[in-house]
Every structure is written in C-alpha cells, then in structure tokens.
Design a protein around this ligand. Sequence first.
Ligand SMILES: [Zn+2]
Length: 105
Amino acid sequence: MKVIKNNAKRDMYTTQVKCTGRGNDYINELLEKKPCGSILRINTNNIRPIVHIGDINSYWAFTCPCCGATTDLQDDELPLVYSQTKKKVAKKQPEFQNDEDEIER
Ligand SMILES: [Zn+2]
C-alpha cells in the first residue's frame, strides 16, 4: 500500500508545520529572514534544540528551506516520538529530585 496524502498533521517521525517565525522574531530580524508562511512536512532530522536569550527553557525549532527563517515548534506540533521521550524523562525525574535532596542535607 502507498499513502498518497496523509491528513494526519503528525506521526511518529514527521510533522506538518507552518513557517511563522514563532519565538524567533529577534534572530530572524537580525539575520534579515522574513517568515514566509510555507506549509512544510518536516522530520526529526530537521528539528533541533534551541535556547533564547533571557529564557531558561529550551525549545525545538526548525529552519525553513524557502526563506531561512527559524520557527519554534509547540508541543502539539512535534512528531509523536518526542512526547514519548518526554514521558520517559518525566518518569525518571523523581529519582533525580531525591538525589538532590540527599546532597543538600
Ligand atoms: Zn519560510
């Protein structure tokens, strides 16, 4: 069987996203990249971690091949494999917190 068009926005390793420049206004302006609004099908190889100045959180982002602008992905836009990874990390987290408590005492 061959899938010609899959209407699902995302699956395990790919996701459909729009080039909006979300979260990256500063760097896109600095590099003179104007988000073009293209709809893209990207996969895990196109997604990289990114941090923003003055923000302790890290995000997942992609760079548009049409215009070169960078856009942050929201949690519900990430390929499903990312949410599975996050669940595993969340399960492990209490162990780390216990270790830290013991060190502080
Ligand atoms: Zn673009």
